[in-house]
Design a protein around this ligand. Sequence first.
Ligand code: FE2
Ligand code: FE2
Length: 492
Amino acid sequence: MTTDGRTGPAPVPTGPLSKIDYSERIPNNVNLADDRRLQRALEGWQPKFLDWWKTLGPALPTKDVYLRTAIAVGRDGWAHFDHVPMEDYRWGIFLAERDPDRVVSFGKHRGEPAWQEVPGEHRADLMRLIVIQGDTEPASVEQQRVLGNTAPSIYDLRNLFQVNVEEGRHLWAMVYLLHAYFGREGREEAEQLLKRNSGDLDSPRILGAFNEATTDWLQFFMFTYFTDRDGKYQLGTLKESAFDPLARTCEFMLKEEAHHMFVGTTGVQRIVERTAEVMKEKGGAATFEDGVIPLDVIQKYLNFQFSVSMDLFGGEQSTNAGNYYSSGLKGRWQETRRKDDHVLLEDTRTMRYVEDGEIREKEVPMLSALNLDLRDEYVADCANGVRRWNQALEEAGLDERLILPHEGFNRRVGTYSQHHVSPEGQVLTDEEWASVRDGYLPSDQDRADVATLMVPEYEYGKFAGWIAPPLTGINDQPVEFDYVHLAEEGLV
Ligand SMILES: [Fe+2]
Ligand SMILES: [Fe+2]
C-alpha cells in the first residue's frame, strides 16, 4: 500500500492512445468506454478471472508485492513500480500503438493493408491460434502456484509474483481479442480458458509442457528460461500477423516477456555460480550434502525443460503452419528482416530425420517446414544462455561444461518422437535408452534431493545456500529491499 492509503499504482492522466486509462474498472488503451457492449462483456468476465486468481494463483499469502505495472505502451517509461496487494494488481488491455500505414508483409496478401477486422474465411484458424496462446498464460500461473512457499529469497519471490501477474495479464490480452472480434464463440472460449487447468485429468491445458508440475525453483528457472522463451518465439510470429489487433497485442506482450526470460537466465546462472564455488573449494564434484545442486542434476533439468519446450513448436513439417503463413495469419520470426520473397512457394530447406538407426538429412519445401524454421531460431537463442552459464564455470577455473541437448533428445512430437536420441545426438535402441535414461533426465530421486534444499528464506537480503545473490536489485532498489511483505498468516 502507498503512504496515502491507495492500494494500486498511481493514477495516470488519460491522454493519447499510448497512455493507459486507469480510471476505468478495466485499465485499457483501446477506448473500451466507447464500446459499452464489449465493456460490459469484459466486466462480466473480470470477476471470474479474479476467482480463478484466488483459487489457482499464488498460494503464499502476502500483504503486498513490489510490482511493475504498465502505464504507457510507448518506448520509454512504460512501467511503474510500487507495493501493490496482488489481488489489486491492475490487469488490463494494452496494445502497442497502431501504425495506420501498416501492410501485410508476407504470404498471398503481401502489400495489402493490415486487417482491422477478422476476415470470415480465417475466423476459425485465427480463433484457434489465439485460444492456444491464451491457454498457456494461466497454465504457467497454475504450474507455479506453490513455489512461493519455498522461495530462496524475497528478491526471487517478488520475481515469481511479477511473472505470475503478467501471465495473468497475457490471458487478459487474449481474452480481449476473443471478446472484441469473435462474438459469442469467442466469449465461450474465454470462459473455457479459466475452466481448463494445468494437470487436470478431465480438462487439462491444451499443450503438454503446460501440464507438467513445476516442482521446485530449479525447474522454475529452467521453465522461465526455456518455456517462456518458446512463448517469446510464438508471440514473435503472431506479432507479424496480418490481423493488426493481434499483432499489436503480441508486440506489447513481448516487452513483458523479456523480464520472464531475465528471471530464467539469471536464476540458472546464480545456481551454477554457487555450485561452481563449492566445486572449486572442494576440488571436485559438489553433492547435495554440500547444500548445493550438483552440476549433473542441473544438466538433467536443462535436458528435460529444453526437450519438452521443443515439443511446443509442433511437428517439423506441418501443412497448417504453411497455410497460416500463406494466408497471413502467422509470419516467421523477424519476418520483415528476412531477405527473400516472403511468399516461399519455390524455396526449400534441409531437415534432419532418423533412418536405419542414424540421423540423415533431406530437402523439404520451405512452406512445409515453418515450425522447424522457428524452432531453429529458438535453439540458437537457447544456446546463448548455456554459453553464459558456462562462463560462470570457466571463471571458477573449472573444466566441466553444460550442453544444450540434441534436437532429437527426449521428443514426443515430430520426426524424432518414434526414436531415442542421446543428448549428444546418437540414436539409441529401446534397451540402450532404458539403461541410460536416468543419467539424462531427472529421476524421482533427483527431484526429491532438490526438494530437500527448497527451504524458504524470507529474511530481507538473505539467500538460500544453493543460489548466489544477484548483482543488483529490481528497478535500482538494493538487493535487500523489502520487495514483498508477507501476510501474518504466511509467516507461521
Ligand atoms: Fe505470457
Ligand atoms: Fe512469460
